[in-house]
Design a protein. Structure first.
Length: 186
């Protein structure tokens, strides 16, 4: 460059180092125009297509997210409704079970009372039957003992059954009369 500057200085031209030559400006302009046309024709449409696709994806993603959120909210409301319904059913079942339990307890008490009454009645009738049997046995034993004592006191045998039965019956009736009078006197 120093040679060119010396040649140009000798010819008397003033050279501006910041200003390029005309042929450089022309060829640079031609290159820029070719690159600009290629960019405008091929790259810019692809770039716009990619931007449009991304814009659609973003808008679609937002729309899908909103739909998913609405669906989730609806599902949550359904879940809450089902939960409330389940709680209501559980309360009804508990109340039903409590009522049935009380009813069963009442039935069991009635059955137990009936069984107790039946057992007491059976025991009372059995006791009365045993009492009658014991009284009958005691009467016969008492009658034999009375006859034996009477035989010893009188000194003769009371072997006649008719006489013995009459004597025993009279003695027992007198005994019943005495015990009834003593029971009434108390």
């Amino acid at each position: 460059m120093s040679n060119i500057a010396l040649i140009a200085a000798s010819e008397g031209e003033v050279i501006n180092p910041l200003l390029p030559e005309t042929y450089d400006i022309v060829w640079s302009t031609v290159c820029i125009v070719i690159i600009g046309l290629a960019f405008w024709k091929f790259i810019l449409p692809k770039f716009q297509q990619v931007l449009a696709e991304r814009s659609d994806q973003i808008e679609g993603g937002i729309k899908r997210a909103e739909e998913a959120q609405a669906e989730a909210k609806e599902t949550l409301e359904q879940y809450r409704a089902q939960l409330a319904e389940a709680r209501t059913e559980a309360a009804a079942i508990r109340e039903d079970a409590r009522t049935q339990g009380q009813q069963i307890i009442a039935e069991m008490k009635v059955q137990a009372q009936e069984e107790s009454d039946r057992i007491v009645a059976a025991g009372s009738s059995q006791l009365a039957a045993q009492r009658q049997q014991i009284v009958a046995e005691l009467r016969s034993d008492l009658g034999r003992t009375a006859v034996d004592l009477a035989e010893k006191v009188i000194g003769e045998s009371l072997s006649d059954d008719v006489k013995r039965a009459g004597t025993i019956d009279r003695f027992l009736s007198e005994l019943d009369t005495v015990s009834a009078n003593s029971a009434a006197g108390k």
